[in-house]
Write a protein that binds this ligand. Structure first.
Ligand code: M6R
Length: 608
């Protein structure tokens, strides 16, 4: 989704803004722009191309104060006139992430006051609103605060004025924004990765905060306008973690980072002899002893990890579990059980639907909330009582990979902790699970060795338009995840079914042009799955089977079997995810699509 960078410094800020935008490219965008204040004038460049094109267009622009933006279109088509920053009367410039819901009403009022709109965006109303207060003598800070009072919706904004060369105003509500604190220069960004080249000192703004930033000062005000102190942190993000390094794409890098990401996520647990609730927060033991069920809320890949966890939670911990798509739950009239633990799962921790679902659950009377998330200071983490941080490191590729497998690791730990508290886990079983978890990173590494074989397999998909993924039980969500990966980066229409459902409809689709990918672990459902695969073969469907060792499945005419190195028991979904990630990656390479930034998609979906 959209990205914001801003800077005020004693040096030219244009290279800082452009480098920051480059770092934010992964979030997905369709246009980009920047504005700087130079000799009491606003100088703006915008482009519908990549940031590299904006760099060319801004070659002649310099200034010590500026704001920049990558736009992911919501109101108005991707075009130069709709790209940010938006200006009012060559005096005020604004960048904005989020959606202003009452923009039509505000636009009508502002038009009546004589303002002329030059874009189709909701953002432009903010520029004119700030202008309307500023020209009457309000300071830029007060003009912004008065404008924000009129907005309904979500925003992170940056505001500058042509006649105010050392002041940047910013605010957040519903969209992330942070301050970067440097020496004789200060910054704003929607994501810390944008600022890594200039500072590691970060101040996270809270909901409703407005900040006034100068070259060597900054002040933060809360939603009521009261001056507040917000703690400064030193970001643990490193430049390396957001660089491509030797890899061709971030997605491949992140697939290969999974052994380390899992080791990091499991570090505290694997170094200990027993499982304790405290890994989910200080109040976890008290919360967990009061709950009788689980409700998981998430979107996309994170939702798929929740579907895997439901199987674990019910089978191992014996606790009832429901999994709901956050965007549905938030608007559904549901019956709340105050003894339910609401678990939100999110890589970014800023997904608007998941955040809204969490707040909806709280408003419905749910008090026990746990976030499983990859971003420590994210809104979902801050708004949940309990938390578990996956330590996957920054995930840049739009297709989620290491976030998914580390979420699964966190959810498995939750299962074990609840099982132990509920008397469903013997000490011997606990030790066995801990042993399996310690072995997990090397088991994943062994699956990565299938890379070359999978890249060859992918060639068979180059001319396909559809694909069917099958799995059963614990591995049906892995089929869903495989299909999601394939469709989002290769644009092949892919669907997943529980294999037993095949003959209830989807079998009608199977012919020689419909590749069928089966997740075939060596578990209790294997024989049933084999029968389902016979049904496919009998209709001429070409099969691609990811089977564990000892499944006694062989490649034959129309059947390609890929042997997984081992069967990992309950952790098998984590291992079986890896070949499907690689398959999607190599098929996308065959198709020549933009692997890390697939069309129409954004990394972090911060609008509804
Ligand atoms: O940041 P989140 O985990 O909350 O994001 C949820 C989905 O938008 C995300 O998983 C999406 O489905 C991925 N692009 C899939 O690869």
């Amino acid at each position: 989704m959209c990205g914001i960078v801003g800077a005020v410094a004693k040096r030219n800020v244009v290279p800082i803004l452009l480098q920051g935008l480059q770092r934010l490219e992964y979030r997905g965008y369709d246009s980009a722009g920047l504005v700087v204040v130079n000799q009491a004038k606003l100088e703006r460049a915008r482009s519908t191309g990549r940031v590299v094109e904006l760099t060319q267009r801004s070659a002649a622009i310099t200034g010590h104060l500026g704001i920049a933006h990558t736009r992911w279109a919501t109101h108005g088509v991707p075009s130069e006139r709709n790209a940010h920053p938006h200006m009012s009367d060559e005096l005020i410039a604004v960048v904005h992430n989020g959606i202003i819901e009452n923009y039509e009403e505000l636009r009508t009022d502002l038009t009546a006051q004589g303002y002329v709109f030059t874009s189709d965006t909701d953002t432009e109303v903010i520029a004119h609103l700030v202008h309307s207060f500023y020209k009457k003598g309000a300071s830029l800070l007060h003009a912004t605060q008065s404008s924000l009072a009129k907005l309904i919706g979500a925003y992170a904004i940056g505001v500058v004025a042509a006649n105010n060369p050392e002041q940047l105003i910013c605010a957040r509500k519903g969209s992330p924004l942070l301050l970067g604190i440097g020496e004789n220069e200060n910054f704003i960004a929607s994501d810390m990765s944008a600022l890594l080249a200039v500072t590691k000192n970060v101040v996270y703004l809270e909901e409703g905060d407005v900040a006034e930033i100068g070259i060597d000062t900054y002040r933060v005000f809360d939603a009521q306008g009261k001056a507040v102190q917000r703690q400064m942190h030193v970001s643990e993000l490193t430049n390396d973690s957001v660089e491509l390094g030797e890899y061709r794409h971030y997605m491949l890098k992140e697939i290969y980072e999974q052994p380390q990401a899992l080791a990091n996520t499991l570090e505290a647990v694997c170094n200990s002899q027993s499982l304790v609730p405290g890994i989910f927060g200080a109040e976890a033991a008290a919360s967990f002893s009061q709950i009788d069920s689980i409700l998981i809320l998430a979107c996309g890949t994170s939702h798929n990890s929740g579907l895997v966890a439901r199987n674990w939670l019910e089978e191992i911990a014996g606790i009832p579990c429901n999994v709901e798509i956050a965007s549905e739950y938030r608007y559904r009239v549901s019956v709340a059980n105050p003894k339910t633990l609401v678990v939100t799962i999110s890589q970014s921790g800023e997904t608007a639907d998941t955040l809204a679902a969490l707040n909806h659950a709280k408003a419905n009377g749910h008090q026990h909330t746990l976030a499983i998330c990859n971003v420590p200071e994210s809104a979902i983490i801050r708004q949940s009582k309990l938390r578990f941080l996956t330590r996957a490191g920054p995930e840049i590729g739009v297709a989620s990979t290491k976030a998914f497998t580390t979420q699964l690791a966190g959810l498995f730990l939750l299962t074990l902790v609840l099982a132990k508290l509920r008397g469903k886990l013997t000490s011997k079983q606990e030790q066995q699970h801990l042993h399996d978890l310690r072995h997990l990173p090397s088991a994943v590494q062994a699956v990565l060795n299938l890379d070359t074989s999978i890249s060859k397999l992918a060639e068979k998909f180059a001319n396909k338009h559809h694909a069917l993924f099958l799995g059963r039980g614990l591995h049906y969500p892995i089929a869903l995840e495989g299909a999601l990966k394939l469709k989002e980066i290769s644009y092949i229409h892919a669907e997943a079914y529980p294999a037993g459902e095949l003959k209830h409809g989807p079998l009608a689709l199977v012919d020689k042009d419909m590749p069928v990918i089966a997740v075939a672990p060596n578990d209790t459902l294997l024989e049933k799955l084999k029968s389902n695969l016979q049904e496919v073969r009998a209709r001429g469907g070409e099969l691609f089977v990811f089977a564990d060792a000892n499944t006694r499945m062989q490649s034959s005419d129309g059947v390609s079997v890929m042997q997984m190195p081992e069967h990992a028991g309950f952790l098998s979904p984590i291992l079986h995810t890896i070949p499907l990630q690689l398959l999607a990656y190599y098929v996308a390479l065959q198709k020549g699509t933009d692997v890390d930034k697939p069309r129409n998609l954004a990394k972090s979906v911060t609008v509804e």
